[in-house]
Design a protein around this ligand. Sequence first.
Ligand code: ZN
Length: 263
Amino acid sequence: MAFQERLITARNPWLVRPLLNRGAIISGCMIHSTRSGTADGDDGPRTEGWWSNPLNIVQDTPPWGSYADVLIHEDGTRVICTDWDIEYATWTAGYGGAGTWAAGIYYIQIEIAQGTLLEPFTDAAIESLAEKVRALSIRYGFPIERISFLDQTGVPPRGICTHEGSANGVKTGKTDPGPMFPWERFLELARGEEAMPVEDGWAYFTDDANPQYDPLGDSVNGIRVTGGVYRREFEYWQRVLLGPQLDAIWARLTALEAVSNPT
Ligand SMILES: [Zn+2]
């Protein structure tokens, strides 16, 4: 399902810094949870209220405060807080030890509302997160794979990391998103493994850059048809590139006999 996505209700300008080429260096997402300390009610609006509050300011030169790129409420509503292609939040996850880079620049910072460490995340929040991460992975070309630990040195690995599993999180004693985060469910949803069952014999598309997936040598309107189970690749083509050609391609696929899986 699609969740509501909107801009933050009030944006405090000191909570973002410009970085005009950020879109070109984004390497994935970092998952956080924001906890008020009570399990009742939705912590999303509480966090949004704090981020919008003029009191969320550390008087420094320049001033800063707590913020993130995206906030997801417990009801699944997504709140967009930065224009992450050209700016970043002043404080979600920063540096680790000496010689590290700031995680908040390379990874889109996503906060999920959770009341307490051991309160389960809502299904809506996880589904909404998966929907967003899936779109971001297509947009920025990172895999939907967990980075077990982000040491914040060298070339930023591409994928999905967490605050607790980062050099900054270790340094600052973070526990988010914590033990209740449903990794298996989240990855399954983000990869679309529920949305479209894979069966042997299903036909997929690929492009000239991947001729190894082209056992049939068949094509429709210049798009090759293949028997590989590369569903993510297929969905990328389907959503992003094929658009108006889909009807012709589906007609051609319907006419195909069962095709074999090259793997
Ligand atoms: Zn965090």
